[in-house]
Ligand binder design. Sequence first.
Ligand SMILES: CC(C)(COP(=O)(O)OP(=O)(O)OC[C@H]1O[C@@H](n2cnc3c(N)ncnc32)[C@H](O)[C@@H]1OP(=O)(O)O)[C@@H](O)C(=O)NCCC(=O)NCCSC(=O)/C=C/c1ccc(O)cc1
Length: 387
Amino acid sequence: MASPPSGRTASVDSDQLLVEANGSTRTLILNRPKQLNALSSTMIKELLRNFIAYEKDDEVKLLIMKGKGRAFCAGGDAAAGSQSILNEGWKWGANFFGNQYLLNYRIATCIKPQVSLLTGIVMGGGAGVSLHGRFRVATDKTVFAMPETALGLFPDVGASYFLSRLPGFYGEYVALSGARLDGAEMLACGLATHFVHSNRLLLLEESLKRVDTSNPFVVCGIIDQFTEQPSLKENSSLNRLEIINKCFSKRTVEEIMSALEQIMASNLADEWVVATILSLRNASPSSLKISLRSIREGRTQTIGECLRREYRMVCHIVRGDFSRDFFEGCRAILIDKDQKPMWMPPRLEQVDDDTVEQYFSRIDDPQWEELNLPTKHSHGRNVESKL
Ligand SMILES: CC(C)(COP(=O)(O)OP(=O)(O)OC[C@H]1O[C@@H](n2cnc3c(N)ncnc32)[C@H](O)[C@@H]1OP(=O)(O)O)[C@@H](O)C(=O)NCCC(=O)NCCSC(=O)/C=C/c1ccc(O)cc1
């Protein structure tokens, strides 16, 4: 589909993605508000097609990404996705995640600035379509999380790149516990680049739509006019960075747990420690172990290397090679909603190092291929500087 004429909105495939053209800007609107804009396969393909087209189109200079309704995006559509994999086989899942990671890579290496308006829920796949972009605007209504360990998955969409670059061992904490961050916390740790009050977001958007340049300094100057410096709440996890660094720097998940439990034993009234321990106890043991290793490996890898490795991991998951926790997590959280997943194996000590290792190996199947990412010479430098 060609870009719509200026000032017009074009819609695609049942309106799941709306594209608004204003002069040199294109506003991409995730439009499944009832599903909190969870990314369907159609939306991912359309976003990918648009990003590829915009890179070549000299008339397009700035991209704006937003969500319709109360969420920016609550992740990939895990409810429909897990059912499609069960009905159609693992290749459906491999194709879904392959396209999504390719989109994440296109966004990370796109030479045109992207401004994501992160108000409302930003989770999982929603982080993948925004945080790799140049400008991430959080608000007083932002609720960010990477909740995949509670779903039997692991923080993917390049999270092993952007979480591993957070201060200290905060990324390990966010990845393993699925902790929710507000807009002020996103800004403080570097996941967001700006904070704008939600009641000024429309004004910011109107100003951005008049931009006629890809110069990031000009774009930044415009966003700066609307920003404010929010304060961290007293109970913010960022005020716990010392404890987080002490516990989440441990080598294994078992050691992280026991470090947290020691703190709990000496201070039973510490609600934050209790909540963190509970979230780790409720998460899939297999997911916790592969997530920790993924973040650790991500620290020294490029965005492309992270996404290729995550693709291997997710392919093992959709094939159910070592565990079916992902299907069980989707059932318990999103389909039956009983919130009581039966993880298998159920205990951390039952997930051995050899099994964890295998999640990082190539898939031994003639029908499987590594994630094929386009060569984007020298853009790696830009990608590194975004966080
Ligand atoms: C805390 C949330 C975001 C909001 O809670 P709420 O305010 O009480 O709202 P609801 O839970 O009632 O959500 C409204 C509707 O949106 C739906 N929804 C809300 N997130 C979603 C969602 N990621 N998917 C598919 N429907 C959703 C949700 O099921 C519900 O549908 P319905 O019951 O039909 O009204 C809650 O919905 C929630 O925990 N959602 C899951 C968030 C989450 O784990 N996301 C990211 C990790 S998973 C991921 O990124 C990709 C996984 C995936 C795996 C395999 C695939 O093939 C494809 C994708």
